[in-house]
Design a protein around this ligand. Structure first.
Ligand SMILES: Cc1cc2nc3c(=O)[nH]c(=O)nc-3n(C[C@H](O)[C@H](O)[C@H](O)COP(=O)(O)O)c2cc1C
Length: 196
């Protein structure tokens, strides 16, 4: 797939096939995603890959009981080993450490898509429960759970605010940037829904 197609066709997948993902595939996805940028290249992300049904069930309960998660054969819990980032960047360290974790998490979703897998970012969870279930040490935080598996649903690219709404040119409030018409973009998306 071309990068543009991977990027546009990545969607939050909440329905998965009952099919295991080979550990080699998970390893390759993690390896590629780890090329995400991080402040000072500190790479403070730590990942817990979960395939055990019992552990997934406990995690799902800690995610406000989002039952759909159980369809996913794999969870990847992105943890934040923030201490070194805080040492380096002081007040900004905590923010950077979370931004770094977000980078690898988004990378995981894109690389997964490129490998023919669906994923969903899960941010709604009880941090202390996740910490207890996975025995995560006190000096790091679970930040994000990524569900992973073969998609059982087909989704077209989701709609986004138009670039003209989210962008200013040279100074706040100036809308003179020459974006293409949004209608053209909508027509293109509707005409060409992406496959799984
Ligand atoms: C910080 C964050 C937290 C999220 N938490 C959840 C979640 O707990 N459960 C869920 O089903 N989706 C969650 N999502 C997925 C969003 O709902 C989804 O990305 C958004 O609706 C856009 O849809 P798309 O990913 O298909 O483009 C989260 C996404 C982000 C970035």
């Amino acid at each position: 797939m071309q990068f543009k197609e991977v990027y546009l066709s990545r969607r939050s997948i909440r329905r998965y096939k009952d099919k295991e993902v080979p550990l080699e595939t998970i390893a390759e996805i993690i390896d590629l995603a780890s090329y995400a940028p991080s402040s000072g290249n500190i790479q403070n992300w730590r990942l817990v890959v979960v395939t055990s049904t019992e552990t997934k069930h406990e995690l799902m309960e800690s995610c406000l009981n989002q039952g759909w998660m159980m369809e996913a054969p794999v969870f990847i819990v992105v943890c934040n080993d923030y201490e070194k980032v805080k040492e380096h960047y002081g007040k900004l360290g905590k923010l950077y450490s979370i931004q770094n974790c977000s980078n690898i998490a988004f990378g995981l979703t894109l690389v997964a898509k490129e490998h023919g897998l669906g994923s969903c970012w899960v941010g709604a969870f009880d941090e202390e429960a996740v910490r207890r279930i996975l025995k995560i040490p006190d000096n790091m935080d679970p930040e994000i759970i990524i569900t992973l598996g073969y998609a059982e649903e087909i989704k077209s690219p989701s709609l986004r605010d138009i670039p003209n709404y989210i962008t200013f040119f040279n100074y706040w409030g100036n809308k003179t940037f020459p974006f293409k018409s949004h209608i053209g973009r909508l027509k293109q998306i509707i005409k060409r829904p992406f496959k799984k």
